[in-house]
Ligand binder design. Structure first.
Ligand code: NAD
Length: 277
């Protein structure tokens, strides 16, 4: 029997990148999927975000595994939209067992004091408050069901140690660790485990964009990924510049399964040794 057979996983930021990879991996493990994404660009984010076509492609990939997929277009900044997605999940599948709160954005900052207020606030609203709102929307259903559950919330290696150039991102991702640790306390009596996942740079559009290249190579006019790669590799102990979404999905697959039944309240680095460096 597949290890997540009969489970339903609610995955945010699922149109592409890590969220898509997590959705497909958990489906391969036997779970039905609710795939949620805002499918809209954001003014302060310097690269295009997921699209409705990409979210539909995620659903098709999930269905290729033989599992079912419900699509929800929702912004994690909106409790109302998240609530509608939870209703959709319950209406379609009858229950939710796993939450993978993965949606997030990135943008750079020169230094903390020059960052504009809108860019700071948008980052906190999505990468920190959005994760809290996602938990707020889903947790009551997990508790009511009385059958336990597993939650992962995506932080970052930058949630465990700081660098320069991302104060708002670093602050939000550190905050996520506090959210996870608190939820782990609150939900343990309900047999709901809560863990953070902390990846180093991952091979997605969040990394593969001109603004990120410029952060690593401000000395060049139009830097490319190959210009940024030595700097990205220098973050890690192991000889790799970016890990793959599947590397993170493998860790989530373990964390939400019964193989990790006594694991809660941890921040698990999947980081090529970045936080140990
Ligand atoms: N790529 C990296 O290097 C890296 C490293 C560590 C942690 N992370 C984190 O991993 C998570 C996934 O990022 P990714 O690398 O797959 O990037 P990505 O940009 O490929 O995917 C992020 C997805 O989240 C969606 N999204 C963004 N804002 C949203 C909102 N307000 N509501 C709903 N959906 C929204 C986007 O549309 C997109 O589909 C993020 O939380 C990110 O901060 C990324």
């Amino acid at each position: 029997m597949s290890k997540l057979q009969g489970k339903v996983a609610f995955v945010t930021g699922a149109a592409r990148g890590q969220g898509r990879s997590h959705a497909v991996r958990l489906a391969e493990d036997g779970a039905d999927i609710v795939a949620l994404d805002a499918c809209a660009d954001i003014a302060t984010v310097p690269y295009p975000l997921g699209t409705a076509d990409e979210l539909a492609e995620t659903a098709a990939l999930v269905e290729e595994t033989g599992r079912r997929c419900a699509i929800a277009t929702a912004d994690v900044r909106s409790l109302e939209q998240l609530g509608a997605a939870v209703d959709l999940a319950k209406g379609t599948f009858g229950h939710i067992d796993i939450l993978v709160a993965n949606a997030g954005v990135w943008s750079s900052s020169t230094d903390s004091w020059s960052l504009d207020e809108e860019t700071w606030q948008t980052m906190i609203d999505i990468n920190l408050t959005g994760q809290w709102k996602t938990a707020k929307a889903v947790v009551p259903t997990l508790i009511e069901q009385g059958t336990g559950g597993a939650i992962t919330i995506t932080s970052s290696s930058i949630g465990l140690k700081a660098t320069t150039g991302n104060v708002h991102y670093t602050t939000a991702k550190h905050g996520v660790i506090g959210l996870v640790r608190t939820l782990a306390h609150e939900l343990a009596p309900h047999h709901i485990r809560v863990n953070a996942i902390c990846p180093t740079a991952v091979n997605t559009t969040m990394i593969k964009n001109d603004s990120l290249y410029a952060l690593f190579r401000p000395d060049l006019g139009s830097p490319t990924m190959s210009d940024a790669e030595p700097g990205l590799a220098d973050l890690n102990l192991l000889d790799v510049s970016v890990i793959e979404p599947a590397d993170v999905s493998a860790a989530i697959s373990w964390l939400v399964s019964d193989d990790a039944r006594y694991v809660t309240g941890i921040a698990l680095p999947v980081d090529a040794g970045s936080t140990a460096k």
